[in-house]
Design a protein. Structure first.
Length: 135
């Protein structure tokens, strides 16, 4: 379930590269590696909290609603700090900026889609998997 964040993040990174007209390069690949780490971390934060609430005996609807609401801030803080720290690289114009820009584009674009989909789709998938009886 946590690994579903990987395609969410990849979609945003690829679309961001396409929109900006940048090419897939070594810095963009490094950006994807960093992006996937952050995306998986956000999924772990959310699903771990869901599991903790389930162990406390909450019903699945409360787990998903309360868990997503209470983990909104940690997920948003992780994603926003990573994205905001890369904004200077995104708008850099000096020497080396052509290397830094693809990395920033991938991470920022991927974090946008990954964070939105983590907070909206992951709880729905968790509830669906739980209702099917899959561990």
């Amino acid at each position: 379930l946590i690994l579903t964040n990987i395609p969410f993040a990849m979609i945003g990174g690829v679309v961001a590269l396409w929109i900006t007209g940048e090419y897939m390069s070594v810095p963009a690949s490094v950006g994807f590696i960093a992006l996937l780490g952050i995306a998986v971390l956000n999924g772990v934060v959310l699903v771990t909290f869901f599991n903790q609430l389930r162990e406390l005996g909450h019903n699945i609807n409360d787990v998903v609603i309360d868990g997503a609401r209470r983990r909104l801030r940690p997920v948003m803080m992780t994603a926003s700090i990573a994205a905001f720290s890369l904004i200077p690289l995104l708008f850099a114009t000096g020497p080396g900026s052509e290397i830094q820009r693809p990395l920033a584009i991938v991470v920022i674009g991927g974090l946008v889609t990954s964070t939105i989909l983590t907070l909206l789709i992951l709880p729905v998938l968790y509830r669906w998997i739980y209702s099917r009886g899959i561990s």
